[in-house]
Design a protein around this ligand. Sequence first.
Ligand code: CP
Length: 310
Amino acid sequence: MAEGIHNLLGMKGLNREVITTILGTSAEFLKILERPIPKVPSLRGITIANVFFENSTRTRISFELAEKRLSADVINISASGSSVYKGETLLDTVRNIEAMRVDLVVIRHYAQGASKFLSDRIEAKVVNAGDGSHEHPTQALLDFMTLRQELSEFEGKKVLLLGDVTHSRVALSNIYGLQALGAEVMVCGPSTLLPHSISELGVESCYDLDEALSWCDAVNVFRLQIERQNDGFIPTLRDYQRKFGLTRQRLEKVGRKITVLAPGPMNRGVEIDSDVADAPGSVILQQVTHGVAVRMAVLYLISGKERVDE
Ligand code: CP
């Protein structure tokens, strides 16, 4: 990547210059994706393993497509079809893949720090595709590409992160990246789903959605992780929707445009209503398109290639 960065493990520590370089390169790749033949030979001869130990639709497909658009050779490994179920460790699995001369590993794992653990132990370059509730850097980067399109710049802009921040890996990556770019960040949600330590990152918490919406230029709506709600984080889904669901009425009450992002998957009618997600001008599916361009940029920059269209 830009000078001295060989992996992408998180947004923490990436400065404005590096993020801007990734976003600028992503914009170049977006143009290539709009060509009749959206493919370049940039990563010809490079072999990439996508190792997914957790379910994924967008990230897994997006990385694979990005790799194929760059002409890399691609292999896909998921926990269910591998020897993980015979008791093989993550490190052994990846070392075996690496022994087959893989240059780069894209990993999604349920454990926080899994990508760092690997990058400390293998020669291949590593990209974090989401580790537990820790970080999901390429999701944050595609969020930023979409925000830049909508807001033009980040300096002084106010971005609200709404919902289940405690369990969201997208939240932390957004916070680190947005702050590096000069934006202000606030979180909003039930107190049970906002980490108490968030103030240490310079992020304010708000428990009133209408108040938070009146503050922001953009809102990133996180999925309520319904599978965790047996732990009693919220009284009922209905109660959550009433207090923190993003509705058209709520947005209209603010009386000015607010950009709405959602990393997906979405629980329609819970954290976001369909008439917001599918509103004319919604950028939620553009985020997904930008995801391919951003992942092409990250893989390309990490590989150290010279020119985007070589
Ligand atoms: N946004 C995101 O990471 O979606 P997936 O879990 O489907 O990859």
